[in-house]
Design a protein around this ligand. Structure first.
Ligand code: NI
Length: 266
């Protein structure tokens, strides 16, 4: 197959994300209407830690294009680990994976069964990271996974595609704080993820983050279409570290609560 340039791959990921989550595109357009040019801080991907689909597999298209692994993070409570990748002049890529072996045998069997359904050649494709769901899924199985892990259920339902993009607030000219961005979004009718407060992190940890909650979207299951939480849009403001450069890493305690932006509302 044709190898797309990394810029083309990132653009295709944005199209996949906004096609499925029009609220993200609406927010991008609201910023554009203020004369803002939105810079993307990072794209987040989710997967399972099974050998065929783990972080390193999902990262390979980016690594082949010059991305390098930088930070590694653990989220013990959610049974996740993550790594982030950087390349000069491009958005960072944050990839997390569920530690499948830490779940009960029933959940492990469901997840390994899904991954075994996947066509063998798929993970080798450059566009694996936006290939969507490569297995059949009943809504009852989705619900069963959700009892153990909202994250597991999200990956089962959506497969391999961007979970979120992130506006780099530092590059916005008409907002001087993340608080101001949040206020603007709320005035426009968007609901923010309030888990752990609307702003996760602080200048002291060199990173502040917020996110709108994922919209519920129609997703086809084996037994018909169901409305479930899709993807969210994130906002990040970075602060300079002791070296004077903007901190480029992530803060596990903040990301831990950001993951909850795809949890089902009460
Ligand atoms: Ni993020």
């Amino acid at each position: 197959m044709n190898q797309r340039s990394i810029e083309d791959l990132l653009a295709a990921m944005w199209r996949d994300y906004t096609d499925m989550n029009p609220h993200a595109e609406r927010i991008a357009k609201l910023f554009a209407a203020r004369g803002e040019k939105v810079a993307n801080d990072h794209i987040a991907l989710r997967t399972f830690n099974l050998p065929r689909v783990g972080i390193d597999v999902l990262a390979s298209a980016f690594v082949r294009s010059g991305y390098q692994a930088r930070g590694a993070y653990t989220f013990p409570e959610k049974r996740l680990i993550a790594k982030h990748y950087e390349a000069p002049g491009l958005p960072k890529v944050f990839i997390s994976e569920l530690q499948v072996e830490r779940f009960d045998p029933g959940v492990q069997d469901i997840i390994s069964g899904l991954v075994e359904e996947m066509e063998v050649s798929l993970p080798g494709r450059q566009d694996f990271c936006l290939s969507g769901r490569p297995w059949k899924l009943g809504f009852d199985v989705y619900e069963r996974l959700r009892e153990s892990s909202e994250y597991a259920a999200w990956v089962a339902a959506f497969g391999f595609r961007p979970n979120h993009f992130t506006v780099l607030v530092n590059e916005l000219k008409t907002f001087d704080s993340l608080q101001a961005v949040n206020g603007f979004l709320e005035a426009e009718g968007f609901a923010l993820n309030d888990a752990g407060g609307k702003i996760k992190g602080s200048p002291a940890v060199l990173l502040e983050q917020s996110s709108v909650l994922a919209n519920n979207i129609d997703v086809p299951f084996d037994d018909g279409v169901h409305r479930i939480p899709g993807c969210y849009y994130e906002f990040a403001r970075r602060y300079p570290g002791p070296d004077g450069e903007l901190y480029q890493g992530f803060v596990a305690a903040s990301a831990d609560r950001i993951f909850e932006s795809t949890d089902r509302g009460q």
